[in-house]
Design a protein around this ligand. Structure first.
Ligand SMILES: NC(=O)c1ccc[n+]([C@@H]2O[C@H](COP(=O)([O-])OP(=O)(O)OC[C@H]3O[C@@H](n4cnc5c(N)ncnc54)[C@H](O)[C@@H]3O)[C@@H](O)[C@H]2O)c1
Ligand SMILES: N[C@H](C(=O)O)[C@H](O)COP(=O)(O)O
Length: 331
């Protein structure tokens, strides 16, 4: 096994949601250099309930992974002694999900794992455990020791990077200042390059209907967004816009742009998710290590029924391997 890169960490997600199920289904196929960070009790339980013919083994560290067929190797980062209730908010699951992410970040910073793929967490469950982070992205930034991160959602057709993420729409308008625009445009440029576009064409969406319609429907475009685009262009980034948010993704899908900078969460995420949850992947840009995730959540409405689609998690693994390979080539 000499000269092999460290395995990927795969965090189990919220134990009450579909995370453990999709993790088990993806790893049941075998052949992945992946170590699960989470609860071996929960993984054993889901494997049994799904009737999968695989063994769940507990290991102490990523370098103990053997990646044998029909085996899931788990580093137990939790205090779970019995499976928590399925399909409902649980402080135990929220705490366990958080602990697994923090442990995986530490392993990534120590280069014990080559990157992190995260199964979905439930923000309310984390909040019920007293954890005040609104999502992975903010935990990753904080524990990863970086200030400038951005959420990218990608599928084979379109890629979007958000100026603002987990916040109310009212606050998103306030938070989308010049610095936030610049940060998102720069990270869109870097993210586009990491995904194989040598000079990414970055389209910036406007905030208001019709990108402000010449000031009739708002002036954020002229006061904030256009100056940021000009400044980014002065840095050599191929940024253009602001474009009306309702048509910019259509144009990206037609091949005119490589990455779209979206002003707020739903502006960017609806187009990607609408093209199919199973095809989308969430990538955190700006971290010192690779992190990807499926583009869906904990789906409590179907958890425990064995019907969750694991395709998006599979896509997240594919992207993580691709980004790790690109990073290795650059270093
Ligand atoms: N990567 C993440 O950690 C992540 C991503 C999105 C949402 N969330 C969190 O998940 C929780 C629930 O969010 P939500 O209800 O808005 O979105 P959701 O993605 O969990 O569910 C939306 C709908 O899509 C369906 N769905 C989702 N994933 C599916 C899959 N793999 N297979 C089949 N159907 C699937 C669900 O059954 C539901 O009907 C929230 O706490 C949210 O913050 C986490
Ligand atoms: N905003 C993401 C989505 O809707 O898919 C989701 O909340 C996950 O975000 P984190 O990766 O920050 O948990």
């Amino acid at each position: 096994m000499k000269n092999m890169s460290p395995p990927l960490a795969l965090t189990m997600g919220d134990a009450s949601g579909i995370g453990p199920e999709i993790v088990a289904k993806v790893l049941a196929k075998g052949g992945e250099r992946v170590v699960v960070f989470g609860s071996h009790v929960v993984m054993q339980d889901i494997v049994r309930r799904l009737g999968l013919n695989i063994e769940v083994q507990r290991i102490d560290a990523p370098d103990a992974g053997r990646f044998q067929p029909r085996t899931i190797e788990v580093i137990d980062t939790t205090r779970i002694v019995e499976p928590p209730p399925i399909g409902q908010i649980s402080a135990i699951s929220g705490q366990a999900a958080f602990d697994a992410i923090v442990a995986a970040i530490a392993a990534a910073k120590d280069a014990d794992v080559s990157g992190i793929v995260t199964a979905p967490i439930n923000k309310e469950a984390m909040a019920s455990a007293g954890i005040r982070y609104p999502g992975h992205t903010e935990i990753l930034a904080d524990y990863g020791g970086v200030k400038r991160v951005a959420m990218m959602l990608a599928n084979d057709d379109i890629r979007t990077v958000l100026v603002t993420i987990h916040t109310s729409l009212r606050k998103a308008i306030e938070q989308g200042d010049f610095d936030a625009q610049m940060s998102a445009i720069r990270l869109a440029h870097e993210g586009g390059k990491a995904l194989g576009f040598p000079t990414p064409r970055v389209a910036v969406a406007g905030l208001n209907p019709h990108a402000g319609e010449g000031g009739l429907f708002g002036d954020e475009e002229t006061r904030i967004i256009r100056p940021a685009i000009d400044a980014a262009r002065a840095e050599g980034i191929d940024a253009t816009g602001p474009y009306p948010g309702d048509t910019v993704f259509m144009q990206a899908r037609q091949g005119r742009f490589d990455v779209v900078v979206a002003q707020y969460h739903d502006q960017g995420l609806i187009p990607v998710k609408y093209l199919g949850l199973e095809k989308g992947v969430n990538i955190t840009l700006g971290l010192p290590f690779v992190r990807t995730s499926p583009d869906h959540g904990t789906a409590f409405d179907i958890a425990g029924r064995g019907i969750a689609d694991h395709a998006s998690l599979e896509t997240a693994l594919v992207y993580a391997k691709r980004l790790v390979a690109a990073q290795t080539k650059t270093n």
